[in-house]
Design a protein around this ligand. Structure first.
Ligand SMILES: Cc1cc2nc3c(=O)[nH]c(=O)nc-3n(C[C@H](O)[C@H](O)[C@H](O)COP(=O)(O)O)c2cc1C
Length: 201
């Protein structure tokens, strides 16, 4: 085991993210599989898009009334997987999801295209809707309501920041059937420990 303290995993992530984005845009570097304990007690996963990352964590936006939102309110332990197949790289993160401050969610909402803003009003994610027409009618109603007006952020829409406690960088080497795992773990004093191991794929 090789312990070093001199690296920050967010820098490592930034490097990988930009390399993947440049070399293999089809890997959709910002698509991440978010998993947590579902409302029925079983693990549940879905794709969400990484919109920002900072020294503190990884940010995505959603509907707080969605199933994931309700589940996170009960238990905010989450896992995130970036699976960059063409690049033969993965990043696996464990952490806690916390709601972003309202002003940051508002700032991001403002930057979204009008269509996306309206769609945030149209439905509660995960809500069962019996026909497409219901959504189309709601969309039309909101188009009229907000015509020539600034579309405000719905109170139930916003971001989460996933504050990591553990980040694994996994690099596959199919030629020899091995993977290299660089694992960072957050210490109680907020420094990161790092160890590298190799194992069979
Ligand atoms: C490519 C792709 C990107 C997505 N990005 C988001 C996103 O950023 N935020 C989000 O809430 N849902 C996103 N979704 C929809 C989710 O996968 C999911 O269906 C939705 O959030 C409801 O999940 P839940 O019922 O587990 O809450 C995306 C779906 C796809 C296919």
């Amino acid at each position: 085991m090789n312990i070093a303290n001199d690296h920050n995993p967010i820098e490592y992530f930034q490097k990988w993210f930009h390399e993947v984005d440049k070399a293999h845009p089809e890997d959709e570097a910002n698509a991440m599989l978010l998993s947590n304990k579902g409302l029925d007690g079983f693990p549940k996963s879905r794709i969400v898009l990484l919109k920002r990352f900072t020294w503190e964590g990884f940010i995505f936006f959603t509907n707080y009334n969605s199933e994931k939102g309700k589940a996170i309110a009960k238990d905010n332990n989450v896992s995130v997987l970036f699976n960059w197949i063409k690049s033969k790289r993965e990043v696996l993160i464990s952490g806690k999801a916390e709601k972003l401050p309202e002003n940051l969610s508002e700032g991001y909402f403002e930057s979204r295209p009008e269509r996306s803003k309206l769609s945030a009003w149209v439905s509660n994610q995960s809500e069962v809707i019996t026909s497409r027409k219901i959504l189309e009618d709601r969309l039309k109603a909101y188009e009229v309501q907000f015509q020539n007006k600034t579309i405000p952020k719905p109170a139930y829409w916003g971001g989460y920041i996933i504050k990591p406690s553990q980040i694994e960088f996994i690099e596959h080497d199919p030629l020899v059937g091995f993977k290299r795992i660089t694992k960072y773990m957050l210490r109680p004093d907020y420094s990161w420990s790092k160890n590298i191991k190799y194992c069979q794929d």
